[in-house]
Design a protein around this ligand. Sequence first.
Ligand SMILES: Nc1ncnc2c1ncn2[C@@H]1O[C@H](COP(=O)(O)OP(=O)(O)OP(=O)(O)O)[C@@H](O)[C@H]1O
Ligand SMILES: [Mg+2]
Length: 363
Amino acid sequence: METLKNICHQFQIEKTILNIEVLASGHINDSYLVSCSNDVNYVLQKINSQIFTNLNNIILNKVIVSSHLKKAYLEIGSKYQIAGFIKSKKDTFFIEAYKGCWTLMEYISNSKTIERAKNEKQVYEAGKLFGNFISKTSNLETEQIIETLPKFHSVPFRFFQFEKALNYASTSRKKEAQELIDLVFDLKSEMFQLSELKEKNTFPIRVTHNDAKLSNILFDQDDNGLAVIDLDTVMPGIVHFDFGDSIRSICSNTVEDSENLEQTTINLNYFEAYCKGFASETSNLLTTKEIDFLPLSVKTLIYIMGLRFLTDYLNNDVYYKTAFETHNLVRAKNQMALLKSAIKNYEEIKVITYRNFNLKNIS
Ligand SMILES: Nc1ncnc2c1ncn2[C@@H]1O[C@H](COP(=O)(O)OP(=O)(O)OP(=O)(O)O)[C@@H](O)[C@H]1O
Ligand SMILES: [Mg+2]
């Protein structure tokens, strides 16, 4: 507590610190709720410097995007909020202390996070909020935002990593994963498409969140979306990264490491709800080409995640934390089952997308 208090005192806060407690201890950040006098609260975060090596740029991205959104929300009197970052007494937005890199941001009160969606309203609200994020950052110059994790959603890059892992993998792990390996090769050319189109400048480069999952949204007590959080991976990208990853993570009927593959399908009601919310904020902004390829982004982002889990399994689990021997294989199988469901329901996915985004010319 004293250590954490000392860290907080290096930031420009005027109120007296009353209490500091753990808010969340995640894979990436350790987060603390700092309660001060006059009901002023902050979130103190220690960023994992092993995962992120270029912390300066990550924090710069976070500060630029959050202050841009804050201004935009204020101007239009938006119901949405964004946590602003507090400067340190040295006028920087982070401090280095106790072998870590620390930021302090505003705490969004009366909020909650939801791990898994329970109803369509929550999914609609998530779509609306992530759509709003895309639309309200669309006038921000992407040149200001640094690509802190290059090729993060590049399929050729992920495929290259996979092939490298395959070369060094043990015979037993390769054997266990053979069916998935075959599927990865079978789908390769279609799954490369989106990255190839991006390289050909088919789509506008936008500010994308790149970790657009449900738990990175704060809701109010009535399940209305309040704020997008966790801007660690904010980068220049294409809208498909966020749309596809949201569908992958929010609209599956099972959790990412469920072994119940029969149940691992796309929830089309949730898909419709997400589209409706996302489209309500972005359909006037997105180009026809962007909308046209939203359905493909669903398949592609699931493929990427399946590929990453499979790669880590072949690499003997060096990246993702695992709870048991075949955890990464189970995750990869789950994602590939979800991908098969997306393939099976692709026509419906297209119809729902184009209807919600008012696109007449279906490709
Ligand atoms: N500004 C805020 N106001 C209120 N609560 C917050 C705020 N920022 C973060 N939190 C809480 O802290 C938790 C962790 O925050 P965040 O998502 O930034 O960290 P993380 O470690 O990167 O998480 P993960 O790796 O699971 O995505 C959130 O789920 C939320 O409950
Ligand atoms: Mg998070």
